[in-house]
Design a binder for this molecule. Sequence first.
Ligand code: BJW
Ligand code: ZN
Length: 258
Amino acid sequence: MSAFVVEYARMSDNLIQRIERIGQQLAKATRIACLTGAGISAESGVATFRDANGLWNGFRIEEVATPEAFTQDPQRVWSFYAARRQALLAARPNPGHHALARMKQLCPEFTLITQNVDGLHQQAGSHDLICLHGDIWIDRCNACGWQRRAQQVVETVPTCPACSRHVRPGVVWFGEILPQDALERAIQKCCSAQIMLVVGTSSLVHPAASLATWARQAGAALIEINLEPTPLTDIADESLQGSASNILSALVDSWPQT
Ligand code: BJW
Ligand code: ZN
């Protein structure tokens, strides 16, 4: 028996019944949107931002993920991202990522939206993915627009081959605008969804966190999956407390067609 099946066996009868009922609702829906956050990658060994006292290897995300922090100390910020790139080299998608890729095959219109920059959804086969906060593997020059996909982890902040300014990771920092096409598409898909799943996010960072509120106002049923309550829990129609990989896999298993 795999470790995953053992975890499934540990779920309470009540949680299993709720998962089966929600699985049937999902199976009937033709338009589902799903927003994921760092919690879905936690079981792949990728650190979240705000768990464990909000520390990430000694950094507070609010202190390093800003354009001002990069201007002030580019090497400090680059080191934060270099360490994360290094950790990601060993990370693989977990059953939660795979379950969402499977849902895409089962639902006529399934839109996966992620705040994550780690590439694990894509590795699990979710290619038509809306990335709200960019991609950690992109190197970019803000001054001239030069960019490339990083091939290896470098410890020293690189300089742009075109204009010699500092190169930064292609992620969205606090105070920066999200990619307009990604955000517009996410809003449209969330506001036309019958059901919205919100998985493994603290729902503290906007506008990503607002998507669920907007979807709810437009008539979607909200289903939250998280280890603990969040600011969204009170307005969610269902809040499934537990690990994303266990619950998402169980939801797909309970889909009648599977
Ligand atoms: C599990 C689990 C398991 C663990 N299973 N669950 C409206 C109101 C207030 C403020 C604003 C607002 N609109 C805009 C703002 C300002 C700001 C903002 O939101 N501030 C708030 C913090 C107050 N937003 C912005 O600046 C955004 N830009 C913008 O809006 O531009 C226009 C504008 C600018 C200025 C003013 C006004 C408008 C940009 C936000 C960019 C966020 N960037 C980051 C870094 C990306 C690059 C990188 O990766 O380094 O994105 S910050 C960080 O937080 C990262 C994440 O994507 C994001 C969300 O974090 P997430 O995924 O929720 O992770 P955690 O750690 O917080 O939570 C993990 C959860 O998983 C927990 O709940 C656990 O319980 C759970 N979990 N294990 C299930 N196994
Ligand atoms: Zn440049």
